[in-house]
Design a protein. Structure first.
Ligand code: FES
Length: 568
């Protein structure tokens, strides 16, 4: 029987029943039932977190991708063993996918730790899957490499090039405004998503893919490869090869995801005008390693990071496939080089400096990825706001907002919940004008809805019909990375946790100042104290299971909405 020094690979983590050799004998007996030889079982073991699911269209191509990873692992002398974990898709989970990100992170962490693998390939793509896997792998502490699923290709509807899901919203807004009819919107529905892969724009999935590469957790140049491109298969194969080398190393995620790497990832997020969800997920990943994404620091970085990528919803022309062809994340990193921490280690064992030096002179399409000397915007796409309405912060994606609305003091029109919003927003009697500020309460992490992407409040129908396309909208909810508008999100503390957002009433004055980074409720303290005393208790009655765990332990947005007990 093997001695203790051999307890890597398939002999890791043997159950202890008092007779160690018996445990080895039993484990091998079951492994041999799968047809593996003793020689194969002695190789480095690469686990593959496999998130294919018929409920997840974005991962439809994962079986083919898995075969490519396994090919790489075998070629490099390892044994590839895939294992299932939870898979999350944006449109098929109730109440919303965010509620289950932490559950997927726990599943991923525990299965990496519990099963006998020396390294793990994380196969993720759809919005919550990549952060969940990085959170889990960071906590599990074994060498890990992220393989991104890649974005969809675009399609055509009549004369328009279309892709999910910025265009989904554009057509739906036209439908709501009566500009297109039912037959047409049904035809559009069949044209928006025509290949496997994640949304075709710089939504949350592509933002998180970029963050994973900026952190150093993917192979260089792989984050933006389209899902159906042959390069995606080659990236999968190379990831398998790299995973075997990782299995023989001690290059664990904590050596890659450092505070300096988190700053680099924030720079990339800002330069892309990436999804606001990226702020929450990156904070959660950092928190797993005792690090922080501080919102004041976000503003410092935002002030000095140009917006470089003209990918929808920034601009109105380019999609992720264009971004990939234009040079991808590498081109953005090279432009940001003077602002980055170049000593950060990456999954290849090279520093970021070495990676970028090797890419010097690579092709860049400047229509899509701008030079830092001629950026789209001189400052970052995201900004954190603070003030009496958001003492712990809120987020605005200014690169997808209307500058004319950035400095505004106006009357609040308040919806107390998603149900209230649904019941009244299109009521012709609704007392609202284009000059008002719409406010949604009770849609944060501790609300019954678990922080859905409801921050993109619809423009009231009667205003839409007048041609109004944007208004200031404020909530404790999130917003899809594919959405756009002057939308303030993640207000913290949230209404359900007793934050000031719960105290706003229709008719109050609210002040937004992007220039001053302020969000204030202009109501005197005596009146607020009266309202606070009448707030209904939010005691969670009758909760059980995961719902109870979530509501009782989820943290606020600035801490990444992780569970308190999962942070280091
Ligand atoms: Fe999966 Fe958009 S729905 S990435």
């Amino acid at each position: 029987m093997a001695d203790k020094d051999n307890e890597r690979g398939f002999l890791r983590g043997l159950q202890t029943y008092g007779d160690r050799d018996f445990s080895i004998y039993m484990r091998r007996a079951f492994a041999k039932s799968m047809g593996y030889s003793g020689e194969e079982l002695a190789r480095p073991i690469v686990g593959i977190a496999f998130t294919h699911s018929k409920f997840n269209p974005c991962h439809r191509h994962f079986p083919e991708l898995l075969e490519a990873v396994k090919r790489g692992v075998t070629a490099a002398g390892g044994l590839a063993l895939e294992f299932p974990t939870i898979s999350l898709h944006e449109s098929t989970l109730a109440p919303n996918s965010m509620k289950f990100r932490n559950l997927m992170a726990m599943d991923t962490e525990e299965m990496i730790r519990a099963q006998p693998m020396d390294a793990v390939v994380l196969m993720g793509g759809c919005d919550k899957t990549v952060p969940a896997q990085l959170m889990g792998a960071a906590s599990a502490g074994k060498p890990a490499i992220q393989l991104i699923g890649g974005p969809q290709m675009t399609s055509r509807y009549k004369d328009d090039r279309v892709g999910a899901c910025t265009d989904c919203r554009k057509f739906w807004t036209e439908f709501r405004a009566g500009e297109i009819g039912k037959a047409e919107i049904e035809a559009v529905e069949g044209r928006l998503v025509t290949t496997s892969g994640t949304c075709a724009v710089m939504g949350t999935a592509s933002t998180m893919a970029a963050i994973a590469e900026a952190l150093g957790m993917t192979l260089p140049g792989t984050a933006a490869i389209p899902a159906v491109h042959a390069d995606r298969l080659r990236a999968a194969q190379a990831t398998g090869v790299r995973a075997v080398l990782l299995a023989r190393s001690d290059l664990t995620p904590d050596k890659i995801i450092t505070q300096a790497a988190v700053d680099n990832a924030v720079r990339v997020l800002l330069a892309l005008g990436g999804s606001t969800n990226g702020v929450i997920h990156l904070a959660a990943i950092a928190g797993r390693l005792g690090l922080k994404l501080d919102l004041q620091r976000l503003n410092e970085l935002s002030d000095t990071t140009p917006v470089l990528a003209a990918v929808k919803p920034v601009g109105n022309e380019f999609y992720m496939e264009d971004f990939f062809a234009a040079g991808g994340i590498g081109a953005v990193l090279r432009e940001l080089r003077p602002l980055l921490n170049l000593d950060c280690m990456t999954i290849t064992g090279e520093t970021l400096r070495e990676r970028l030096a090797a890419e010097e002179g690579a092709y860049v399409d400047r229509r899509v990825i701008k030079a830092a000397s001629a950026p789209l915007e001189p400052q970052g796409g995201l900004v954190a706001l603070f003030g009496s309405l958001a003492p712990n912060g809120a987020i605005l994606k200014r690169s997808a907002a209307t500058p004319a609305l950035f400095e505004k003091t106006a009357r609040a029109v308040v919806f107390s919940s998603l149900d209230d919003l649904g019941a009244r927003i299109d009521d012709p009697q609704l007392d609202v004008t284009a000059d008002d500020i719409l406010i949604l309460q009770n849609a944060g992490p501790r609300s019954a809805h678990g922080m859905p992407e409801a921050g993109f409040l619809p423009i009231p129908k009667k205003l839409l019909e007048q041609g109004i396309k944007d208004m200031v909208r404020i909530s404790d909810a999130r917003m899809s990375g594919t959405a756009y508008g002057t939308i303030v999100l993640h207000v913290a503390p949230e209404a359900a946790a007793g934050g000031p957002l719960a105290l706003v009433r229709t008719g109050d004055k609210v002040r937004l100042s992007v220039q001053e980074r302020r969000l204030d409720l202009l109501v005197d303290e005596a009146e607020l104290a009266k309202r606070r005393a009448t707030l209904a208790s939010n005691a969670d009655v009758g909760l059980r299971g995961y719902d109870k765990l979530f509501r009782e332990t989820v943290m606020q947005a600035p801490d990444g909405c992780d569970f308190e007990f999962l942070r280091r």
